[in-house]
Design a protein around this ligand. Structure first.
Ligand SMILES: [Cu+2]
Ligand SMILES: [Zn+2]
Length: 203
């Protein structure tokens, strides 16, 4: 987010209350999932291009928000993903990064395309795999709520190169109805796409 988005002078009568709220919101946004919605609101209209920090909103097929995630670029390459999910069906679900930053529920999230694949095969158990976008399954308990952290060293919050999440059409974080078997081509036979978040620096 740009500093100017936060501190630009405004004649609005709410300015003073915003100034009281913002410093603490900015300080905790990197650490607390609870603050992500606020951070995302101020990221709208932010710069286009490589980023070191990005917040995402996951939506279900009915458009309801089912989680938030933050992506942080790591100093030696790769991305740390920290997601808080709420309202996902209990069970084991495939959890991937797909190649296009488009979450159109009317297409069953097919608009997100296939896995971010590079020239690799799908699956941790396959020679020549995995795809950069492959990640371990998530296991949602009966409550439907789960916090999950993943380090993916095969992707980057960059704009070009293999694994770049912020190329021209972005990328998408996807949750599937079933488990990824880590073997089947080309997507682990994980079934329907039940939740999706666009990964891009533009809103
Ligand atoms: Cu997938
Ligand atoms: Zn894959």
């Amino acid at each position: 987010m740009r500093t100017s988005d936060i501190t630009a002078p405004s004649p609005s009568p709410t300015r003073s209350s915003l100034e009281r709220l913002l410093p603490s919101a900015r300080a905790t946004a990197c650490r607390r999932v609870a603050a992500l919605a606020l951070a995302a609101a101020f990221a709208v209209g932010g710069p286009v291009g490589a980023a070191d920090h990005l917040t995402l909103e996951l939506k279900g097929a009915d458009g309801a928000v089912v989680g938030h995630a933050t992506l942080t670029a790591l100093p030696d390459g790769g991305v740390h993903l920290d997601a808080q999910l709420d309202g996902i069906a209990p069970g084991t679900h495939g959890f991937h990064i797909h190649e296009t930053g488009s979450c159109d529920a009317s297409t069953g999230f097919k608009s997100a395309g296939g896995h971010l694949a590079g020239d690799r095969k799908h699956g941790f158990l396959v020679e020549g795999g995995p795809h950069p976008g492959d990640m371990p399954n998530i296991h949602v308990p009966a409550s439907g709520s789960l916090r999950v952290e993943v380090v993916n060293t095969r992707v980057a919050l960059g704009t070009d190169g293999d694994g770049a999440l912020l190329d021209a059409d972005g990328a998408a974080l996807l949750i599937h109805a079933g488990a990824d078997d880590y073997t089947s081509q080309s997507a682990g036979d994980a079934g329907e796409r039940i939740a999706c978040a666009e990964i891009r620096t533009e809103s």
